[in-house]
Design a binder for this molecule. Structure first.
Ligand code: TGC
Ligand code: FAD
Length: 405
């Protein structure tokens, strides 16, 4: 036998040689499964997050402001509508889009939210269901960040059941007249346009409502304790006249908005991994440096079990999202698979962030450390795009064939 057997000598086994150690944020080497383009995308977004997002995000979170100054930089890197083809969009694959979300959410869920809404909830429906004129008019300018979009589906009386929406659209001559209210809408106060879903005579339809249209107002929701670096508002529609040319012609029915949610939920499954990785990294450093009872906190079995559990859950989530991405790139991903990953990965990230907060002790409630910000953000992420219960029931329906909503 050449090298020393670490099991034979407790003193040697206390610290393993550096060369043998795995990447604690990627224990299964998931990164080795990415293609060259995917790795390049991840690296460039990681750089943006390190250099431009992390230095400013805590201040924006504390001041409850969205870092609008970053929009141009996100656009310059091709991150807006990145998985769409043509119209100034990058045409990247699903795994690359996932990695974009992961790196952005390592910075803050609010930044990933901005990109999710712009890309998956606004540009995607225009690209998929819009007329050629709508695509030409909006997509190139949304890809550069010149136009910001928002997505109005949720209503004040209950977001989990959008089939029961009250907002309606009635034909008047060659126009449509929209009335109703949407609640909890990311970006609505800063948006230049809203994709609004409303009940028409033949079913739910999507409309592009431009800022400045009479009767369209978007007040901000103040006093949020979560996603404070993201701008959230309502949309009120009072006799809003929308020309026929602004109705999305390619889809009727709830599958229109739900198909957009599938795109955004897919990205969230990756995004929350980034938030969890940021928390794990911070507690790994902290527990090595903090000495209690004469030894580093990291030398306690109870702490190691908690760190190991975080790594186990992150690794599982990474493999889930990667396989989901490969299914999506093959065109065979189905919504209940997205639900399973949205449920698992959001729960994983929220639990990791809360536990990391606790391991930091009193320091864990300080803005000097990232877990409390991520934990607060993840309270929204586990709720929006379908609550945990909605995704559990979606998987239940897949298994049993029985709708239990
Ligand atoms: P159901 O009968 O199941 O479906 C109606 C039609 O839609 C189709 N469909 C889907 N299509 C694509 N993707 C999906 N995920 C789909 N789910 C269903 C379905 O095949 C059917 O088509 P067709 O042709 O037969 O008509 O509808 P349901 O009324 O039973 O509802 C099912 C349920 C509860 C799962 C759905 O209502 C739901 O997902 N509720 C949750 C709502 C939600 O997630 N809202 C999110 C609002 S947006 C948001 O939160 C943005 S946050 C963004 C950020 O800041 O990052
Ligand atoms: P409800 O639907 O009222 O649900 C309340 C509770 O009941 C939940 O715990 C839910 O799981 C549970 N529940 C519901 N149905 C059942 C059932 N059948 N069985 C058991 N339990 C059930 N929406 C948009 O349209 N666009 C956006 O851009 C957007 N951005 C958001 C940003 C933020 C920060 C937040 C917090 C929300 C955002 N949302 C957006 C809204 C979000 O999608 C909704 O909050 C979410 O879908 C839940 O709807 P709700 O808040 O009305 O809760």
């Amino acid at each position: 036998m050449g090298g020393a057997d670490p099991m034979a000598n407790p003193a040697q086994s206390a610290t393993r040689p550096t060369a043998a150690r795995l990447d604690p944020l990627d224990l299964y080497g998931v990164r080795s499964l990415f293609g060259e383009e995917e790795r390049m995308v991840q690296e460039s977004v990681a750089r943006l997050v390190d250099e431009r997002v992390l230095p400013v995000i805590q201040k924006h979170f504390e001041e409850h402001t969205f870092p609008r100054e970053l929009v141009g930089e996100l656009a310059a890197l091709g991150l807006l509508g990145s998985s769409l083809e043509g119209y100034g969009c990058a045409g990247l694959n699903a795994v690359s889009y996932g990695l974009i979300c992961q790196e952005l959410e390592r910075g803050d869920s609010g930044i990933r939210s901005f990109v999710s809404v712009q890309s998956s909830l606004c540009m995607y429906p225009i690209h998929t269901y819009g007329s050629e004129a709508q695509k030409q008019a909006y997509l190139p300018r949304m890809a550069t960040g010149e136009l910001i979009g928002c997505f109005g589906l949720t209503e004040p009386h209950g977001g989990s059941d959008p089939a029961n929406m009250k907002t309606h659209a009635k034909r008047r001559g060659g126009d449509w007249v929209l009335n109703g209210a949407k609640m909890w809408i990311t970006n609505s106060p800063i948006a230049d346009l809203a994709v609004v879903w409303a009940k028409a005579e033949d079913g739910i339809r999507g409309f592009i409502v431009e800022r400045g249209t009479r009767g369209f107002v978007t007040p901000e929701i103040e006093r949020k304790f979560s996603l404070r670096a993201s701008c959230t508002g309502a949309i009120f529609l009072e006799d809003v006249v929308v020309p026929e040319a602004n109705m999305l012609p390619g889809v009727v029915g709830l599958k229109g908005p739900l198909s957009c949610l599938t795109q955004a939920r897919y990205g969230i499954t990756w995004g929350v991994i980034g938030a969890a990785q940021a928390c794990l990294k911070q507690v790994l450093d902290y527990t090595q440096d903090r000495v209690l009872f004469g030894r580093p906190l990291a030398a306690n079995q109870a702490i190691q079990i908690r760190l190991a559990d975080m790594a186990r859950r992150i690794t599982t989530a990474q493999l889930l999202s990667l396989q989901l991405g490969r299914l999506k790139d093959q065109g065979i991903m189905v919504p209940s698979q997205v639900s399973l990953a949205k449920w698992n990965n959001c729960r994983m990230a929220l639990d990791v962030a809360r536990d990391a907060r606790d391991i930091l002790g009193g320091a864990g409630i300080s803005a000097e450390y990232v877990p409390i910000r991520h934990a607060l953000n993840l309270e929204s992420v586990i709720t929006y795009e379908g609550t945990e219960t909605i995704h559990q029931l979606t998987v239940g329906r897949e298994l049993t064939g029985i709708n239990a909503f």
